[in-house]
Design a protein around this ligand. Structure first.
Ligand code: UDX
Length: 436
């Protein structure tokens, strides 16, 4: 079956589509990758990759001969029967997933098409069923992506699990998809389509819940003098809990968690079920980004005219993705309080500057810290661990650091003269100076 269905087709060469195309090519398949944007297709055909994703550019270069980028749907349909749909499903104003791009892909498929639509885009449960109703000749397989930005190539090549959902009549198509993933060695879970769709949404919502939970624990730790790192470690040693995703910080961001949590909440709401827990998960995450302002005010008093340096802007390290980054809310809040904001990010600065027009962009961490009244570590880029913090203390107007990711060892910073604030961490900082 898999022989018959080759080569692999990819629809939408954003981040997911590009990683999917590059990795299938690396596994030896011919790939036809189609996008509606001619400039994107032309750039990729020239070998130019606009996305920062470790290992991706090299993989594309190495497999350039196996991947054909095109804007032409007919070329895709002639070249491939197995079509991996990797288009965006961004949130609408209501928080529902916007399925317009998925719908236009489906509409482009001719009547009687015997292609296999493999849905990688995150869609609400029930989407597969409605597509099958619209296009009864089409085989439909749900194969949600679980890639993490920054380690997407690695995640693709070494998956924890591959979820493949199909309904009656489409088992052969699902077998073909399973064959493609078999060489990767992860557990392949077969289910019905609606369950596969729910697995994706429920997984991301659960991970987001873990983060909001540990963030609330961190906030309580601050009140009772406990250390959230120790608490998370102690909790995580219980096998039923596990240590992963218990890092307290200034909230989750990115293209998936905020969108998927709200999509699941709305999906439930549309059926008449109020998913109370997710309402709280979202609210805790929003408040967590804002708590930094209070921490700064505790030391500085009013922030009017204070120069605050943001270290890191991307929603997490090893990516230039600014979608739902905590830095966006934080910088706006700081400016709202009258602060002057300067920022540095080793990779996301260019992407961020369009979004943060009134934020001054520095070309190094040290430059951002020069003359600053405080610094906030927003993204845990490795280079911040290697910074000469003693020299930074000399160059700042006031060596005050809010470590929004609990990334740095507090004691050496305190020894270098810093007032240090983490998230749910107990640190014996010098007493804050009285607010002016
Ligand atoms: C996530 C899912 O992990 C992935 O399976 C899915 O396919 C897409 O969404 P990604 O958005 O790349 O991946 O980021 P991830 O590494 O999961 O981190 C998401 C956010 O949570 C980041 O802002 C990160 O800083 C934050 N986070 C993560 C925490 O605040 N604490 C943690 O313990 C872990």
């Amino acid at each position: 079956m898999s022989e018959q269905l080759q080569p692999v087709g990819v629809i939408g060469v954003g981040w997911v589509g590009l990683v999917t195309a590059a990795c299938f090519a690396e596994l030896g398949h011919q790939v036809v990758a189609r996008d509606i944007l001619p400039e994107k297709v032309e750039a990729l055909s020239r070998g130019e990759v606009a996305i920062h994703e470790p290992g991706l550019e090299e993989l594309l270069r190495r497999n350039a001969e196996r991947i054909n980028f095109t804007t032409d749907m007919d070329e895709l349909l002639e070249g491939a029967r197995l079509l991996f749909v990797c288009v965006d499903t961004p949130p609408t104003y209501s928080g529902d997933a916007d399925l317009s791009r998925v719908r236009s892909v489906v509409q482009e498929l001719p009547e009687g098409s015997d292609h296999v639509l493999v849905m990688k885009s995150t869609v609400p449960a029930g989407t597969g069923e409605s597509i099958r109703r619209d296009k009864p000749d089409l085989a439909y397989v749900s194969c949600p992506e679980f890639l993490k930005e920054g380690t997407a190539v690695e995640d693709f090549m070494h998956p924890d699990r591959v979820v493949i959902g199909s309904d009656s009549g489409d088992e052969a198509a699902a077998d073909a998809v399973a064959e493609l993933y078999r060489p990767l060695g992860g557990e392949i879970l077969r289910s019905d389509v609606a369950s596969a769709e729910m697995i994706k949404l429920a997984s991301n919502a659960f991970l987001a819940t873990k983060i909001s939970f540990i963030n609330e624990i961190a906030n309580v730790c601050e009140e009772v003098g406990a250390d959230v790192g120790e608490v998370a470690k102690g909790m995580g040693l219980d096998e039923r809990i596990g240590t992963a995703f218990l890092r307290a910080g200034i909230g989750y961001g990115g293209s998936c968690f905020p969108k998927d949590v709200s999509a699941l909440k709305m999906l439930a709401g549309n059926t008449g079920y109020h998913f109370q827990l997710l309402t709280a998960v979202i609210e805790v995450n929003e408040l967590q980004k804002r708590r930094v302002v209070g921490k700064l005010e505790k030391h500085l008093g009013s922030l009017i005219g204070k120069r605050i340096a943001l270290l890191g802007l991307a929603f997490k390290p090893d990516t230039d993705d600014m979608r739902e980054a905590s830095s966006l809310v934080l910088s706006a809040r700081l400016q709202g309080e009258g602060a002057e904001v300067v920022a540095y990010d080793p990779v996301a600065a260019e992407r961020a500057s369009g979004l943060l027009s009134s934020v001054e962009m520095a070309s190094s961490a040290m430059e951002a810290l020069e003359g600053a009244d405080a610094a906030v570590l927003v993204t845990e880029w490795r280079e911040f661990a290697e910074l000469d913090w003693a020299a930074a203390a000399e160059r700042m107007a006031r060596p005050l650091l809010v470590d929004g990711r609990n990334f740095l060892e507090p004691q050496p910073l305190v020894d270098a003269g810093f007032e240090y604030e983490g998230i749910g961490r107990t640190v014996s900082s010098p007493r804050p100076a009285p607010a002016p």
